[in-house]
Design a protein. Structure first.
Length: 276
């Protein structure tokens, strides 16, 4: 797909078999070689399965537990890597932004801007993202009800941008865990926009004593299967060649070599679900 040839929304719905779409990649861009390798492997399997694919990679991680946590390799350097993936593989790319001032800069390199869950109510950020004309993916805050996300969606639309999606990424359950309320997927679909399930972040275990977020990656397939079964339009997965040495969110990322089998399983479920 040439990212400029049609709207991202049309692309996300373009599966010849009515499959879900996928946002996947590393938590953060750690370097060009690793990012290109991840993109290459995911492009191969998604083309085989008829899954519209968007490469995901943060150019900078602004929300860190500790001052010494890795934040990135440099904004421009990381954004140029995202643009290279976009051009070499002919796929859209998505990255997060954390302030209104970042929107126009990031929009020069990517096709989709993602609003982090903690910032999903920030009006100036939503408006700035919307006014770039790029597709806007809003992650639902861990503290919000599914019904509340209609206001975030409406802010983007009121700013003149109809290309918007919402992502479920778990709900705070006590101080150190998250749960997924799958009832929220059809509720948020009532807003007339795609709803994505962020599988890997839903398995985070925040507020750990060491100041590094934990996770339950062994449950990735369980959460993903349930999301596809209840009708999520898209799936979001962070993946890495070796999560044990990843510079961010390694505790909840999927090992890259396990992604093809997972996507095949999810595709089989999707084919059953769409028959009803």
């Amino acid at each position: 797909m040439n990212p400029e040839s049609r709207s991202i929304l049309d692309y996300l719905k373009s599966s010849p078999t009515n499959n879900f779409f996928l946002l996947a990649g590393p938590c953060v861009i750690e370097g060009e070689e690793m990012a290109l390798d991840i993109a290459d492997k995911i492009v191969r399997i998604t083309e085989t399965l008829g899954i519209p694919y968007v490469f995901k990679g943060s150019y900078r991680k602004a929300n860190r537990s500790r001052l010494d946590s890795f934040t990135g390799i440099g904004d421009e350097k990381a954004l140029k890597i995202l643009a290279k993936i976009r051009n070499e593989f002919g796929i859209p790319v998505v990255t997060d932004i954390h302030s209104a001032s970042e929107a126009a800069m990031a929009a020069e390199y990517v096709d989709m801007l993602q609003i982090p869950a903690f910032l999903c109510r920030q009006t100036d950020l939503l408006i700035a993202a919307a006014k770039t004309g790029k597709f806007v993916n809003i992650k639902k805050g861990q503290f919000l009800s599914p019904e509340s996300m209609k206001f975030a969606v409406q802010k983007v639309r009121d700013a003149g941008n109809s290309q918007v999606a919402v992502t479920e990424r778990g709900v705070t359950f006590g101080y150190g865990d998250l749960v997924v309320d799958y009832r929220g997927i059809p509720v948020m679909q009532e807003n007339g926009c795609p709803v994505i399930l962020d599988v890997t972040h839903s398995l985070q275990q925040p507020n750990q004593a060491a100041g590094v977020t934990g996770g339950r990656p062994e449950l990735i397939e369980t959460i993903a299967r349930a999301g596809v079964a209840v009708g999520a339009d898209g799936i979001f997965i962070e993946t890495h060649q070796n999560p044990n040495i990843a510079k961010s969110d390694g505790a909840n990322m999927l090992i890259l070599d396990r992604l093809p089998e997972l996507l095949r399983h999810l595709t089989h479920i999707r084919m059953v679900v769409t028959k009803f």
